[in-house]
Design a binder for this molecule. Structure first.
Ligand SMILES: [Fe+2]
Length: 313
């Protein structure tokens, strides 16, 4: 596919250092003053100072220059202002607070985690020694940023921008489109659009090795802030990913996820699996209990709305 990677996100918050300290505490690497990366990918979260919490930039990778020209032409035909210079396309999300940047680049391969021997019924592969899950030498760090979820007042219009303008593909949709899952890589979703009264960030998601890595990192967060846990651990229906949703110290929701569906053959996915009528309340195949209300909408949405207005949005 011409678009093939979510490269990184820029997030603006009143106190970027609070997020840098938080994420380095969970194993992300500070690769320059305001950038957090992982072992395989030096830039995954760029933090900037802003009056209110929002995503300010989404950076995507595409295959070649022709993809940039084609995207520019599509976006221009939609009446949007687009710049394309020095191999970088920039276009503001018409319904959001962020700019989408596309450049010719590939996301580096991810190094697989060490193989873990698992004892299954009838197949015992680890005998006479303790599991590395029980006594981990290190808490496995985040591996990459995998997706972002935006609240938008018009999901259909936002989906048109990402699908018809930028070239994302739709993987699934909830209840005829009130929530739309889109991908720009083989991940089931790199972007989810959800209904919200004003544009906002619902969550950003970092991929972890597995369930144990999610549990270890999330437990570390709730050991000092038990109120940070919003929803999880569970497994989603759409995307099939394991999840645990928590709040970062700037009030932003993030998801620790693992084991997401991957789509490499668009046609077989569209023909066999695509759903546009999913019951919006079938969020998880299993969960410890229902999601808190701030899973659906940030608890401080009214303050965010006022701050957006004050910023001239
Ligand atoms: Fe998510």
């Amino acid at each position: 596919m011409p678009l093939h990677a979510l490269l990184d996100l820029q997030i603006s918050v009143p106190d970027p250092d609070a997020l840098i300290g938080f994420w380095t505490g969970l194993g992300m690497l500070r690769t320059d003053d305001s950038t957090l990366g992982t072992a395989d990918r030096p830039s995954q979260l760029r933090l900037s100072e802003g009056g209110y919490r929002h995503v300010s930039e989404v950076r995507l990778g595409c295959t070649d220059e022709a993809d940039l020209v084609a995207a520019r032409d599509r976006l221009t035909a939609m009446g949007l202002e687009v710049s394309l210079a020095d191999g970088v396309l920039r276009c503001a999300d018409p319904l959001g607070d962020h700019v989408v940047v596309v450049e010719v680049a590939g996301a580096p391969e991810l190094t697989p985690p060490p193989t873990r021997e698992i004892n299954l019924p009838g197949e015992r592969s680890r005998v006479d020694r303790r599991s590395s899950a029980a006594v981990p030498a290190v808490v496995p760090p985040p591996r990459r940023v995998g997706h972002v979820v935006f609240g938008t007042p018009d999901v259909a219009a936002s989906a048109t921008f990402y699908r018809d303008g930028l070239g994302f593909k739709v993987s699934d949709a909830i209840d005829g489109g009130i929530g739309t899952f889109l991908r720009c890589s083989t991940d089931h979703h790199n972007l989810l659009l959800m209904q919200a009264p004003v544009p906002c960030m619902n969550h950003y998601a970092v991929e972890m090795d597995d369930m144990d890595a999610i549990g270890l990192a999330g437990s570390k967060v709730v050991s000092t802030r038990p109120e940070a846990s919003i929803y999880g651990i569970g497994r989603h229906v759409l995307g099939a990913n394991l999840f645990w949703y928590l709040l970062d110290p700037q009030g932003g929701m993030f998801e620790l996820f693992a084991d997401m569906d991957q789509i490499t053959d668009d046609e077989s996915w569209e023909a066999g699996e695509y759903r546009d009528d999913w019951d919006p309340f079938t969020i998880a195949s299993w969960e410890p209990g229902p999601a808190r209300p701030d899973f659906f909408l940030p608890a401080d949405i009214e303050q965010l709305a006022k701050a957006r207005e004050a910023a001239g949005r």
